[in-house]
Design a binder for this molecule. Structure first.
Ligand code: ATP
Ligand code: MG
Length: 240
């Protein structure tokens, strides 16, 4: 075995060990963090008549929630995934679940989300993994649209039996070239409370489906993300 190969594999083994350690640390940190969040909620109840102190407890509570999201996303990012394909009998119902989960954030920012469905075939995907990917993309679209046109669209086309195509469009801030180069890097974010793991997770979830993701964006005009999920041949027989 050559020396450089040995160094390379030692480094790879060390990186794997570090990844495992980070994942178990993240897991362990979540328990005390959960207790802290609960205590903060109780503290806020006691401090309701003392606005200055309540405000401090509220800030602590918000910071705990940010930490929890960073840790949840780190765990998600390190997880080894394989897509378990299932038939999605109704894309309309599937999108409705996503709209329900994204609704509170969209409402809080005054965003409307529209859906458009083309095609009659019942596509296959891992419903849980794909939902996570789509929610991350819809959340990004809502954040961007909040600074622009306030409109997000979720589009599905199941007319091609070879691939399910989904597009997430917003008429928000768009992505400048210097940001665009880095958006899939883990921990890269332009947001005060972002973890920068959203798109890195989306990338691995779509890869788990052997799918592709492409992006077109115009600063000041908006962004369109297109996902294509290949369909097993003969799997599209069921009508939605
Ligand atoms: N639809 C979009 N319009 C404009 N910019 C976007 C859009 N989607 C992603 N970005 C840019 O890409 C960056 C990385 O996105 P990513 O989802 O990975 O992390 P984040 O959204 O910043 O944090 P988190 O996902 O944890 O909330 C964002 O900070 C933002 O600058
Ligand atoms: Mg995001």
């Amino acid at each position: 075995m050559s020396e450089s190969f040995e160094l390379h594999s030692q480094r790879a083994a060390r990186l794997i060990a570090m990844g495992q350690m980070a994942a178990s640390m993240a897991h362990e940190i979540r328990n005390p963090l959960g207790s802290m969040e609960l205590f903060c909620t109780l503290l806020k109840k006691d401090l309701s008549s003392q606005p200055d102190l309540y405000q401090l407890a509220e800030q602590m509570h918000e910071s705990i929630k940010v930490l929890d999201r960073i840790i949840a996303n780190c765990l998600e990012f390190t997880r080894d995934r394989s897509a378990k394909l299932k038939t999605i009998p109704s894309v309309e119902d599937y999108f409705a679940q996503i709209l329900r989960d994204a609704g509170p954030k969209a409402d809080a920012k005054g965003i409307t989300i529209e859906t458009e469905l083309v095609g009659e075939l019942a596509p296959q995907a891992d419903p849980y993994l794909l939902k996570q990917a789509l929610l991350n993309l819809v959340f990004n679209a809502i954040d961007a649209a909040a600074e622009g046109g306030k409109h997000v669209k979720l589009f599905s086309n199941t007319s091609d039996s070879a691939a399910w195509v989904i597009k997430i469009t917003d008429n928000g801030s768009g992505i400048p070239d210097e940001v665009r180069e880095r958006i899939f890097e883990p921990f890269y974010t332009t947001k005060d409370e972002g973890t920068g793991l959203g798109l890195a997770i989306v990338h691995s979830l779509i890869s788990a489906h052997d799918g592709t993701l492409s992006l077109s964006s115009e600063p000041g005009e908006g962004t369109e993300i297109t996902i294509s999920i290949p369909q097993p041949s003969g799997a599209n027989g069921g009508q939605s």
